[in-house]
Design a protein around this ligand. Structure first.
Ligand code: ADP
Ligand code: ZN
Ligand code: MG
Length: 487
């Protein structure tokens, strides 16, 4: 069949502005606590409340984390970084300006290797990485609005991409992969629901070869799926407008998840309106070489590199590696089990598939993270060893895993305590198999007639009768012998 999908007349350009909340003890320019979920207006002081006559002082931990991200994004680090005031009025910003960076941010001209659906990668250019302070939070209740300034002055890192993304799907992938990277770095928890990672999505379309079009911006998207949906909506809208000969108005729009559409919020201000000027209360920041070297040397292995190394080192299939490297803690857990198990090839695949299967399911069901769960690398290894040495079946192993989570005790202890390793002896199994085949003559006939799958039913009955303790290989052999003997 011929390709019936008509290639769009338009080319799409998307640039993202991603904001991440940095994990620090205190806010970026004062000593107030930087935590989520406190009683409203309890983490505030004259500095973050914008009282007159106070002086900001820069939090070095926030700077360190900003550089980590800038380095991970292969940015050029400005020799001199400058904080500037971005002036605007809004009740959630008590100072009426936000301290940010404009002309000389910490990092510029970086790149991010975006992994595409077909497995290839494409470089997405990073315009800049800059540090700023977050605003407070407005809570609207009917006709009243309340203000909580706990968030005002918390460190926010903004990463601005060039308009190199070409579809809603690519933008979604960027947000997901970028989130994974900054979680690896440990600079943010990246929790989109709590607003620790927020995204503004800019999009324009234009006829092929004509360069950028007039853009619109969708503000404050707090899920990667919304990024995709909002952009796809906007691309359709732009296409319709331009196809009918009208023009796109450059503006800021809001995504409404309920109605699955965007609506105009305000016609877009330009940076002139903010009247940026250097913050007079903070000197320009000249990073010391030693400080930067130390940060560079402590950078962790990033997801892409880790994935490639694990594939090469352990020969595990792509799908499992994607799972293992989704979180740094999971990859580390895997490597620890393999190390403890002396790393023979057999065990690496078993460990990986247990983590991706049974373990992952229990973690999901209980809303747990591997690093804070009752399962340790040593405990998982001992379950796998008991299975490997036929002390328990893999079915029992799964049960033991569940009990490790329930009781938070060692697998050997659980097995001993519940007598899970005392399977039936050979004579007992022969007897059980014989009884089960006898009470299911039709199934036995079917197996004899070549319906080999039916043997699974008999296996199941034996396992039930022995609480899963019968050795599966031996049981199947005995069932076959018994059926053939009858035939
Ligand atoms: P503004 O001055 O409106 O904030 P910037 O030039 O700072 O615009 O860019 C903000 C974001 O918008 C960046 O991510 C950039 O890649 C993206 N962007 C800029 N112009 C366009 C365009 N014409 N089409 C799509 N995205 C764009
Ligand atoms: Zn404060
Ligand atoms: Mg801008």
């Amino acid at each position: 069949m011929k390709d019936t999908v008509k290639k769009s007349k338009y080319q799409t350009f998307i640039g993202l502005e991603v904001h991440i909340h940095l994990i620090t003890e205190s806010k970026v320019f004062c000593g107030c606590k930087n935590v989520f979920g406190s009683e409203p207006n309890t983490n505030v002081c004259p500095v973050c409340m914008g009282y007159p006559g106070v002086l900001p002082s820069l939090n070095e931990e926030a700077v360190r984390k900003a550089y980590q991200v800038a380095m991970a994004l292969n940015c050029h680090l400005n020799e001199k970084a400058v904080f500037e005031r971005k002036n605007y009025f809004y009740p959630d910003m008590p100072k009426n300006y936000q301290i940010s960076q404009f002309e000389f941010p910490f990092g510029i001209d970086g790149s991010f290797d975006l992994e595409l659906m077909d497995g290839s990668t494409r470089k997405i250019r990073i315009h800049d990485v800059h540090l700023e302070e977050d605003a407070g939070k407005m809570i609207h209740e009917g006709s009243r609005s309340k203000l909580d300034y706990n968030r005002a002055g918390t460190p926010l890192l903004e990463i601005v991409t060039e308009p190199d993304l070409a579809s809603g799907e690519e933008a979604e992938a960027f947000v997901q992969q970028f989130r994974q990277m900054v979680r690896y770095l440990g600079v943010t928890d990246g929790n989109m629901e709590e607003g620790s990672l927020r995204c503004d999505a800019n999009v324009s379309i234009n006829e092929h070869g004509k360069g950028l079009g007039t853009k619109t911006e969708c503000k404050n998207l707090n899920s990667s799926r919304f990024v995709k949906k909002a952009l796809e909506y906007e691309i359709k809208r732009h296409t319709k407008v331009l196809s009918s000969g009208d023009e796109i108005i450059q503006e800021t729009r809001l995504w409404d998840e309920g109605s699955s559409r965007t609506s105009s919020m305000r016609t877009k201000e330009s940076s002139n309106d903010y009247r940026y000027f250097p913050e007079p209360d903070l000197p320009p920041y000249w990073p010391e070489e030693k400080f930067l070297d130390e940060i560079k040397n402590s950078l962790v292995e990033l997801p892409g590199a880790k994935k490639e190394r694990i594939i090469n080192q352990y020969g595990i299939n792509q799908q499992l590696v994607v799972f293992l490297t989704s979180e740094k803690a999971m990859a580390e857990f895997f490597e620890e089990v393999v190390k403890l198990g002396k790393g023979d090839k057999g065990i690496t695949t078993t460990v990986a598939s247990w983590l991706g299967g049974n373990v992952q399911k229990i973690l999901n069901d209980n809303g747990l993270e591997i690093e804070s769960s009752p399962l340790s690398p040593k405990r998982l290894l001992s379950i796998l060893n008991m299975i490997e040495t036929d002390k328990i079946s893999s079915g029992i192993g799964k049960k033991v895993l569940g009990l490790v989570f329930e009781k938070n005790s060692d697998p050997e202890e659980i097995v001993k305590e519940l007598g899970l390793d005392e399977g039936p002896n050979d004579d007992e199994i022969v007897k059980i198999v014989s009884d089960i085949v006898d009470t299911n003559p039709k199934v036995a006939d079917a197996v004899r007639a070549g319906e080999d799958k039916q043997i699974g039913f008999l296996m199941g009955q034996v396992m039930k009768a022995t609480s899963g303790k019968a050795n599966p290989g031996k049981t199947q052999k005995l069932i076959r012998e018994k059926i053939l003997k009858q035939g």
